[in-house]
Design a protein around this ligand. Sequence first.
Ligand SMILES: [Zn+2]
Length: 142
Amino acid sequence: MAMGDCCRICNRGVEFVLHVLRDCPLIKSVWSRLLPSPVLGRFCSLSLHEWLLFGLKECSSVLIRDVKFPILFAVLCWKAWFRRNAIMFDMEFVERVDLLESSVSYVKEISRAKDGLPVAAGVSSARRESSRSWLAPPEVQA
Ligand SMILES: [Zn+2]
């Protein structure tokens, strides 16, 4: 099945990216739990580009269960896309839990893990952040 065919989650919508991430009834029920009706109406009328900007920038000061909306937005999109792929490709694992609850838990778990990282004495967290980088494997460095 190519993008643009019927959605296998709801068997109704044409499966474009916005359908999977915003308009499919499964994910739309999550967005409707998060956003008040007037905002939801606008949210659901935007183009993909506008919608991404809205989710990642415009609501940057909104907290939902102590999680910044843009972070929750990104995790929800990731989980919705992962679920779509699991269904599309008949993967054994299809997460059956509530997407919102599992996304909030995921973000909080990552935050706790990040907060729990050891900090060397005298090293500020900003310096610790800047000292992390990806190193190429030895066979690539030559
Ligand atoms: Zn659908």
